[in-house]
Design a protein around this ligand. Structure first.
Ligand SMILES: [Zn+2]
Length: 93
């Protein structure tokens, strides 16, 4: 589903569409997914959403893309610390 390696752009097909989503690096992809999972878990605990595991792969990609955008915004606003290992390689990763 994703290419290996922490440097270099990652291209992920959005299930059921012809759209390709790009991540600055595997690191940004991983951080985006962690961010999306954490949000889903909070909503699940609040009783307003199903678990991450209950979502479809398309829903995972939608949520991860949204998280990527918020992650980039959070880093740009100084609210989220960039990855100390990969900072400077791409917008986030
Ligand atoms: Zn990193």
């Amino acid at each position: 589903m994703t290419e290996a390696g922490n440097s270099g752009e990652i291209r992920v097909p959005m299930p059921g569409t012809g759209i390709i989503i790009t991540y600055a690096s595997q690191c940004e992809r991983d951080r985006s997914e962690r961010f999306a999972r954490a949000r889903q878990q909070l909503a699940e605990r609040a009783g307003v959403a199903p678990s991450w595991e209950a979502l479809t792969s398309a829903e995972h990609e939608d949520a991860t893309l949204e998280a990527r955008n918020w992650l980039r915004a959070g880093v740009a606003a100084g609210l989220i610390t960039p990855c100390p290992v990969h900072a400077g390689a791409g917008q986030e990763g």
